[in-house]
Design a protein around this ligand. Structure first.
Ligand code: 5AD
Length: 348
């Protein structure tokens, strides 16, 4: 508890303090951290939850991450791409339901060149000038990031996956490099995006030192958004037999992130909602303030399977939005119709 108080007061811990906290915490620390995180988030955001509509527009991927169900080598899944028209229809549906952020997410699919993406982004921004567009399409060249930013993209999500280079190598084939991923994150920030990173809790081979590095990386990088959720195996990947990450550890990390970076936009992720039917609510009560329902057309939704039983927190009909609002109000929170931009330093 002293270390949690110290983190709250100083907004940082030393390596040895992180190591101590992350290797010796007990349930009481977790509930204490959640209590502090809720106080912090209440001061910054009140009882408002931001929503982001996710459009998974292609599950083609040239990468081969050992943990991921849409990896290149998985020949068992049906691949799909949405057309520009499909994507715009998703936005229209989302906008009418109150979404003011659209997250365009895909595997690393070379079919969607920067020009194609820029065209789609600028059309969305033209049609919905009150909305933000977030891209999550992986590692690109600096000039591509620049061009997509110029086309109107507001934010970019690229999880760092792990801040430990050796651990990164254990999760990815040799041609995927940790250094390049880190370079991309820096490029994104330098370009001017609100940038999101994040890691997988309980990924195979993750040890305390990896987690210490993750927290120190987040502290130094100071991202506007953080995506963290438990590892969940996918049956057709090399990690099929590995064990699922823990709900409690994931919640603890959400709380620590909130305490360390009070302004950060922190989703209760789909992975959290997949390992526990109330995962998203629990995430919010641990300090998260964002949820990211799926706006993809129902015919493709089952195909973006990053891990087994990926939950479809979709909003297919307006009934679903009513349900979502009910779920949030059952824990005392309200969905806010807003872009929900970062309001911390340099950006208010
Ligand atoms: N379990 C949990 N998270 C996963 N991701 C991919 N595969 C898995 C899995 N099996 C996460 C990665 C990626 C994001 C889109 O989904 O962190 O960046």
């Amino acid at each position: 508890m002293e270390l949690i108080d110290r983190l709250n007061k100083e907004k940082r811990l030393s390596s040895s303090e992180w190591k101590k906290l992350l290797s010796s915490w007990i349930e009481e620390d977790r509930t204490y951290a959640a209590f502090i995180a809720r106080t912090v988030v209440l001061q910054k955001f009140g009882k408002s939850i931001y929503i982001r509509g996710v459009i998974e527009f292609s599950n083609f991927c040239k990468n081969d991450c050992y943990y991921c169900g849409i990896r290149h080598s998985n020949s068992k899944i049906g691949r799909y791409r949405l057309s520009k028209e499909d994507i715009l229809n998703c936005c229209q549906k989302g906008h009418s339901q109150g979404f003011r952020t659209f997250v365009l997410q895909s595997g690393e699919d070379p079919y969607f060149t920067t020009d194609k993406l820029a065209d789609i982004v600028s059309e969305i921004k033209n049609k919905y000038p009150d909305s933000a567009v977030t891209l999550s399409v992986g590692e690109l060249k600096p000039e591509d990031y620049t061009n997509l930013f110029k086309a109107g993209t507001d934010r970019y999500l690229l999880r760092h996956e792990t801040a430990d280079e050796k651990h990164y190598k254990a999760l990815h084939p040799a041609k995927q490099s940790w250094k390049n991923r880190m370079r991309c994150l820096q490029d994104l920030k330098d370009t001017g995006y609100q940038t999101g990173c994040g890691f997988i809790v309980g990924a195979p081979y993750q040890n305390i030192d990896c987690m210490v590095k993750d927290m120190e990386f987040l502290s130094n990088f100071n991202p506007e958004m953080i995506g963290i959720g438990p590892f969940i195996p996918h049956k057709d990947t090399p990690f099929a037999a590995e064990k699922t990450g823990s709900l409690e550890t994931s919640l603890f990390f959400l709380s620590l992130c909130r305490i360390m970076l009070p302004d950060v936009l922190l989703p209760a992720t789909t992975a959290l909602g997949t390992i526990d039917p109330e995962g998203r609510e629990k995430g919010i009560l641990a300090g998260a303030n964002v949820i990211m329902p799926n706006l993809s057309p129902s015919r493709v939704r089952g195909k973006y399977m990053l891990y087994n039983n990926k939950q479809n927190s979709d909003v297919e009909t307006s009934r679903c939005m009513i349900d979502l609002r009910k779920r949030m109000s059952s824990i005392g929170y309200d969905i806010k119709i807003s872009r929900g931009d970062y309001k911390g330093r340099n950006n208010s």
